[in-house]
Design a protein around this ligand. Structure first.
Ligand code: SPV
Ligand code: MG
Length: 303
């Protein structure tokens, strides 16, 4: 099989173009080369995924760590580089808080060198806990001006204009008022964010739809990303109609893998052989074929 020669479009430029198309992007979590390839290959009619999400929750879990920024950005970028060997989809990187203000320039340049298309930084301070834990654990919002300063520092540290920066708003997850969240969103965009990610842990989309409608009035073209893990029943088209630019399926590939692995391990113990387990597995030959003799064929963006 011939190896395609990779073109040199920077991943950030590819992603910007996708957002500019006006489509509501479908963004799938991937945590390794194989999962990135599976996400890219998924197709129903002509519908495919547009980008990948490098999730801090999933990458922490993979390494047996809690989701508290324990796994370094340097370590996670290595994983992104590996994913780019298997998939041409642009990667949106969950950068958590981005670290201290003083760490920002180093972290941003590491992400740029790793070929990441976009980084998302969230407006929390202190020990970062997963957003879905909300107010069940101590979590603290950053001061608006201080987080805006972090975003400006991040934009200022970029070597090129291509990588996108998203400001992630955590206020709704921490039961803060909608007005404050909207005010923050405006301040973060003014500070240089290329887009916003509005998160929610509500089981209903009401607060997300309210935010998107209100933010869209003043910012008709700024990309808005949502993460409907808890309100996953809402149809893609409903989110698109209100003005959402991208939908992240934040952890489903890893959660599916964990369930399947647990099932197959248990089946082997039940049966005392692998006959039942085989039914739960792909054929060994399909695994061999997945990457056989086509190591970098997919790369279409600069790595
Ligand atoms: C992640 O996938 O790591 C996220 C999304 O940050 S959430 O887990 O919903 O906070
Ligand atoms: Mg995360």
């Amino acid at each position: 099989m011939a190896i395609e020669s990779p073109s040199l479009a920077p991943a950030g430029a590819v992603l910007r173009e996708l957002f500019a198309s006006g489509q509501t992007l479908r963004i799938m979590e991937a945590h390794c080369a194989l999962s990135a390839r599976i996400a890219e290959d998924a197709m129903v009619s002509t519908q495919t995924f547009d980008a990948l999400w490098s999730s801090s929750l999933c990458e922490s879990a993979l390494l047996g760590a809690p989701d508290i920024e324990l796994v370094s950005i340097k370590e996670r970028v290595q994983n992104c580089i590996t994913m780019q060997q298997a998939s041409s989809l642009p990667i949106i990187f969950d950068g958590d808080t981005g670290g201290d203000l003083a760490h920002i320039p180093y972290n941003i340049r590491t992400l740029e060198r790793g070929g990441v298309a976009a980084v998302v930084l969230e407006d929390k301070v202190g020990l970062k806990r997963n957003s879905l834990l909300g107010v069940e654990v101590p979590q603290f919002l950053a001061d608006t001006a201080q987080f805006a300063e972090k975003l400006s520092a991040a934009k200022g540290a970029q070597r090129s204009d291509s990588m996108m920066l998203f400001a992630r708003l955590e206020g709704l997850c921490l039961d803060q008022p909608m007005d404050d969240t909207l005010h923050r969103a405006g301040a973060y965009v003014a500070a240089g964010a290329d887009g916003v990610l509005i998160h929610s842990r509500s089981r209903q989309p009401t607060e997300i739809l309210t935010f998107v409608q209100a933010f869209r009035k003043d910012h008709p073209h700024v990309p808005i990303i949502v993460v409907p893990t808890t309100y996953g029943h809402v149809p893609h088209q409903e989110l698109a109609d209100v003005g959402v630019s991208g939908v992240i399926y934040a952890n489903h590939m890893l959660r599916a893998a964990v369930k399947a692995m647990a099932q197959v391990a248990e089946q082997i113990l039940i049966d005392g052989n692998t006959v039942g387990a085989e039914e739960l597995c792909i054929d060994s030959r399909d695994l061999i074929a997945a990457f056989d003799l086509a190591p970098v064929a997919r790369a279409k963006v600069e790595a």
